[in-house]
Design a protein around this ligand. Structure first.
Ligand SMILES: Nc1nc2c(ncn2[C@@H]2O[C@H](COP(=O)(O)OP(=O)(O)OP(=O)(O)O)[C@@H](O)[C@H]2O)c(=O)[nH]1
Ligand SMILES: [Mg+2]
Length: 198
């Protein structure tokens, strides 16, 4: 299926409340583009956002959110799964995890599931502003170790970032540019060298 406008789509996935929608807003330079919330479950359905550099962000509802009815939870999961499986123009996934947390089976399963669909995954460590000094260094080291253990082909690296302070945003924006410039030709196979602005 052709993408709207023929551009690549970058999916943002991860547990509820890790800051996926806030990251989209920060990258797009628009505070209220994607709906955010203090409590988990702000995003209930996948939403597609067109970005200036010509691609799209696909904001997935967070996984692991228990406070909704099972029906809503299951249907939003089903829609997300169907979307990933039916749209070859999804070029890559930014798998968002809260830098303060430990690696959870749900994150591991999500990363492997995307790999099994041929999608490259970048691990984005969100809320970088909440840690400093040794705590920050230790958590980055833990997440790096996990990535090395995964040894998965198609891992696009580790990106610590804060949607609040802006730290790490240029690096993620450059990654987004590289992914989108590698499309078409298969974001699922290759990424280009150019880094257009988000
Ligand atoms: N300190 C800090 N808080 C953040 C950051 N990014 C997001 N938050 C806060 O985290 C909460 C959740 O943010 P969202 O962007 O709605 O998270 P989400 O992953 O889209 O959540 P769901 O839609 O429920 O899956 C909000 O209270 C945000 O203000 C950040 O970089 N630093
Ligand atoms: Mg959200």
């Amino acid at each position: 299926m052709p993408s709207p406008g023929g551009f690549g789509i970058i999916g943002l996935a991860g547990r509820s409340n890790v800051g996926k929608s806030s990251l989209i807003n920060r990258l797009a330079g628009a505070h209220r583009l994607a709906r955010t919330g203090k409590r988990p479950g702000a995003t209930t359905l996948p939403n597609l956002y067109r970005i200036l550099s010509g691609g799209y962000f696909l904001d997935f509802p967070g996984y692991g959110y228990m406070n909704r009815s099972q029906g809503i939870k299951k249907s939003s999961q089903d829609i997300s799964t169907t979307l990933v499986e039916s749209r070859p123009d999804i070029s890559a996934i930014l798998l968002c995890v809260d830098i303060r947390r430990e690696v959870l089976p749900a994150d591991q399963e999500a990363a492997r599931w995307f790999f099994s669909r041929g999608l490259p995954v970048a691990v984005v460590l969100t809320k970088l502003d909440t840690l400093s000094g040794n705590g920050r260094t230790a958590q980055i080291r833990n997440w790096k170790r996990w990535i090395e253990e995964e040894e998965a082909e198609g891992l696009l690296g580790l990106y610590p970032v804060s949607a609040r302070s802006g730290e790490g945003i240029p690096e993620v924006a450059a990654l987004v540019g590289r992914i989108l410039s590698g499309f078409p030709g298969g974001g699922r196979e290759s990424t280009g060298e150019e880094c257009p602005p988000v």
